[in-house]
Design a protein around this ligand. Structure first.
Ligand SMILES: Nc1ncnc2c1ncn2[C@@H]1O[C@H](COP(=O)(O)OP(=O)(O)O)[C@@H](O)[C@H]1O
Ligand SMILES: [Mg+2]
Length: 264
């Protein structure tokens, strides 16, 4: 099997929907018949909790922290991967709160996740990495390992500055590591079409990023309820109008990465 497509879901702003988008895009890719590995790189572990794996977040070592920061423990990752009905998961852990400073000490500080994923990636079509809400070592590891980024953003004017900071950071990393990071999509999240500001921002984003696919996700109670139930919206409510919206992202990614639908 060829290498998997790898993507990180990034925006240094908190609460914009990184975790929500990561879980639902992973669910949509699974729905299209792909084998998906989900990596929760956020020390807060929201995705781990929202995938029903809270007990893994509180596990004793070795955890993702050890696999990421100690090359001798890299192989242990195989014992850490958990099964979810829609995907395999590398859960975050309470110990990950110490990862930022610890990674600074390693010689190849931005390359540790890449080296770690190389030990498991052959089993998957897609690897989706959920990022923490800051431009630190963990985010750099996610960007370096995947070299593809999905950017969720709220339909608010504050998103303009968030885009600027993120794109500047990506550019600096590309120069530092001599890599090419591709923006695979902007996902405008929590759109409330009754608000003028939201509609204006949807227009602004579409005009600002003519070369990047732009997707739209509405504000929906079921999106939140699915997370509370530990599954994606695709599993939770196939009747939801956002079911097709998340599937559209998966279809777009399949087209970008040259995948055919496996068995929907
Ligand atoms: N489309 C949506 N409709 C309703 N609630 C949403 C939607 N997207 C995100 N949320 C809620 O917003 C909150 C923040 O989303 P989250 O994905 O955790 O953001 P981030 O990972 O960027 O911090 C969560 O409580 C989530 O359930
Ligand atoms: Mg999150």
């Amino acid at each position: 099997m060829s290498d998997p497509a790898k993507l990180c879901v990034s925006n240094q702003k908190g609460g914009v929907g990184k975790t929500t988008v990561a879980i639902n895009v992973a669910g949509a890719l699974n729905h299209r018949g792909h084998d998906v590995l989900f990596v929760d790189l956020d020390p807060q572990g929201n995705a781990t909790e929202n995938l029903g794996l809270m007990e893994a977040y509180e596990d004793e070592p070795p955890t993702l922290f050890d696999c990421l920061t100690n090359p001798e423990q890299r192989e242990v990752i195989n014992d850490i991967i958990r099964e979810h009905p829609e995907m395999d998961v590398i859960p975050s852990n309470i110990d990950m709160t110490a990862a930022e400073p610890e990674l600074t000490l390693s010689r190849r500080s931005g390359e540790q996740l890449d080296l770690l994923l190389k030990t498991v990636e052959k089993d998957y079509d897609y690897i989706i990495v959920d990022c923490p809400p800051n431009l630190g070592n963990l985010m750099d590891n996610a960007l370096y390992a995947t070299q593809n980024v999905l950017i969720p953003a709220l339909a608010e004017s504050t998103s303009k500055r968030a885009f600027e900071l993120l794109f500047d950071h990506v550019e600096a990393l590309e120069l530092d590591y001599e890599i090419d990071i591709k923006e695979r999509g902007v996902i405008i999240n929590r759109i409330d079409v009754r608000k003028n500001q939201a509609n204006e921002m949807v227009e602004w984003i579409n005009a600002a990023f003519p070369d990047i696919p732009v997707y739209e996700i509405r504000e929906r109670a079921d999106v939140q309820k699915a997370l509370e139930a530990g599954v994606s919206l695709l599993e939770y409510n196939p009747e939801s109008d956002m079911f097709d919206a998340f599937l559209a992202v998966a279809e777009g990614l399949d087209a970008e990465f040259g995948f055919a639908e496996v068995n929907a």
